[in-house]
Design a protein around this ligand. Structure first.
Ligand code: DQA
Length: 150
């Protein structure tokens, strides 16, 4: 049976394409979903792709990943990266490999974006590759969970 990965997206990422295109580019979240789906397929992985503007909903998705025995999580927690102990706690309790991803290089931006609660639970962090970072994050996760390229 194929392994399943969860790709989770936090607040305002539903506005990709419209949102500050000089920072986030012109691709939409639907484009990101397509890119992730194609990449997951390359490694024989099934994918659940979600976005929410609501912190608690993201916590529920993360808990679901554990309950459904997912193989790992790629998450762009967006602004909750810098504020959410609840998301950190949820990721920690899953005991799953977690890859944190940011479209922009958060370390080049405002000081409040330099700290991530989520990094404490992340096996790896990807930042600054634009939406291509999602594909790189899935490729990295595939390596961690032993999924081979088809
Ligand atoms: C982001 C960076 C965060 O600081 C910001 O709040 C986002 C997007 C990124 O993908 O670069 O919403 O996670």
């Amino acid at each position: 049976m194929a392994q399943t990965i969860y790709v989770l997206n936090g607040p305002n990422l539903n506005m990709l394409g419209l949102r500050e295109p000089e920072k986030y580019g012109s691709a939409t979240l639907a484009d990101v979903e397509r890119l992730c789906g194609d990449t997951a397929k390359r490694f024989g992985l099934d994918m659940v792709f979600r976005q929410s503007n609501i912190e608690g909903e993201l916590v529920t998705f993360i808990q679901e990943a554990r309950l459904k025995k997912a193989a790992g999580i790629v998450i762009n927690p967006a602004a909750y990266t810098h504020t959410s102990v609840a998301i950190l706690d949820a990721l920690t309790l899953t005991e799953l490999p977690v890859i944190e991803i940011h479209i922009t290089n958060v370390h080049q931006r405002e000081p409040f974006r330099h700290h991530s609660y989520v990094s404490k639970a992340a096996k790896a962090v990807m930042a600054g590759f634009g939406i291509q970072g999602y594909a790189l994050a899935i490729q990295g996760l595939a390596g961690i969970i032993g999924a081979k390229e088809k």
